[in-house]
Design a protein around this ligand. Structure first.
Ligand code: NAD
Length: 389
């Protein structure tokens, strides 16, 4: 169901850009020299230094929403630091991983540097996460499975980074450019059918603009063309699977049962696993719809009255992957940034990723960071060396 156009500019192009960025790191990995004091041996001289060494064999397990890109987020730093990789793609999306393996073979990499095992999470994924020959596990997927992988890693003391789920807030402040904010909020949730870990799935708008902004987003949603991912004029394709369609429509039903109002969308349809872009209002902050990751084109929207209140609401969630603030009030924006508990904060944009900026989660959104120099740290071990002269 992924749009071919999105696959070209996102999955493929961003994977290329990221691999180029990480290739630059291969020649820039540094240790350090350390002046020692050694109080117990005051008359001896030492040369102390720290080496940064490849962690070794990396077991990578990834989700299906951006299959090639997620795989390359693991492959790039692994290759730059001199590690080898065993990749387990998602059950639903093995083909790009196999194509990548084919290209790597064609490019002449030594055999064994990059390996792919396909299969289900319960079989192939679990076996890889328990394997004592793996030195580091790197996982992108749900928090539920992330916890299992984290536990399996601890049994072998395998290094581990976890890129997990999210329920990212989009915050529209009273001074924001409302048209831009509404368009940005719509893209933040509806892009890739909402199957984006850092999708802006909770919307908080200042009360005086709430009705207008929600109406604008609903207007955008109602005007979206749904259809085949191969049609370049289509703005939203079907979800990945019947299971995912059921999950998303189940949450919409739950909203109805609990008395929420469906401002637009609100149903699945076929053939194909479509869900109409949906905006839900009249929801309580503690509602499951506001607290849990839906991973589909469903936005829950709530009004707020002041800055302290919206920071409290933004942070009142188990996840902490991303957040966006829509405002031109520099003072307010800078007061908010340090108080928001998430790995990324975007201002007047959402889900904007750069290879040089670390990406990852606070709280239930994960452990460790991908991208930037931070990724290099997560794929290396430090070795302290002391030479008595
Ligand atoms: P998932 O956790 O069900 O599966 C992810 C991967 O784990 C798949 O390859 C699957 O086969 C494997 N797996 C499943 N059970 C396993 C087990 N017991 N042991 C080992 N491996 C197992 O997630 P999903 O449904 O494929 O993807 C959606 C989730 O991924 C969402 O929660 C989304 O937020 C998250 N995600 C996070 C990021 C990020 O960078 N933080 C990026 C994309 C997706």
């Amino acid at each position: 169901g992924k749009s071919a156009a999105v696959a070209k500019v996102m999955d493929v192009q961003l994977a290329i850009d990221f691999l180029r960025y990480m290739a630059g790191w291969a020649t820039k990995i540094e240790g350090s020299t350390v002046e020692t004091s050694m109080p117990l041996m005051p008359n001896d001289q030492f040369h102390g230094f720290v080496r940064r060494e490849a962690v070794g064999v990396v077991g990578a397990i990834v989700a299906w929403n951006f299959p090639l890109l997620l795989a390359c987020w693991k492959l790039g730093p692994a290759l730059a630091t001199g590690c080898t990789v065993v990749l387990k793609p998602a059950d639903e999306t093995p083909l790009t991983a196999l194509k990548l393996a084919e290209l790597i073979e064609e490019a002449g990499y030594p055999a064994g540097v990059f390996n792919v095992i396909t299969g289900t999470g319960l079989n192939a994924g679990a076996a890889l996460s328990r394997h004592p020959g793996v030195d580091k596990l790197t996982f992108t997927g749900s928090t539920e499975v992330g916890k299992l992988i984290g536990k399996a890693a601890m049994d072998n003391m395998t290094r581990v980074t976890l890129e997990l789920g999210g329920k990212s807030p989009t915050i529209v402040m009273p001074d924001a450019n409302l048209q831009e904010a509404a368009a940005g909020a719509a893209t933040a949730i509806f892009f890739n059918q909402g199957q984006v870990c850092c999708a802006g799935s909770r919307l908080y708008v200042h009360r005086k603009h709430f009705d207008n902004v929600v109406a604008d987003i609903a207007g955008i949603a109602n005007g979206m063309k749904l259809g085949s991912g191969l049609d370049p004029s289509v703005q939203m394709g079907p979800l990945i699977s019947a299971k995912q369609q059921d999950r998303v429509t189940g949450y919409i039903e739950l909203g109805r049962e609990l008395g929420a109002t469906i401002a637009c969308g609100g149903e699945g349809f076929g053939p194909g696993y479509f869900v109409k872009p949906t905006v839900i209002v009249d929801v309580d902050q503690r509602h499951r719809l506001v607290q849990e990751e839906i991973f589909g084109p469903v936005l829950v929207a709530m009004p707020f009255d002041d800055l302290d209140e919206v920071i409290g609401m933004a942070n009142d969630n188990p996840y902490g992957l991303g957040a966006s603030i829509w405002s031109n009030d520099l003072g307010a924006v800078h007061r908010m940034i340090p108080r928001i508990k998430s790995g990324s904060v975007w201002v007047n944009c959402h889900s904007a990723l750069d290879p040089a900026l670390p990406f990852g989660g606070y709280k239930m959104s994960g452990v460790g960071r991908e991208m930037g120099a931070a990724a290099i740290e997560h794929y290396t071990e430090l070795k302290s060396v002391l030479i008595k002269l």
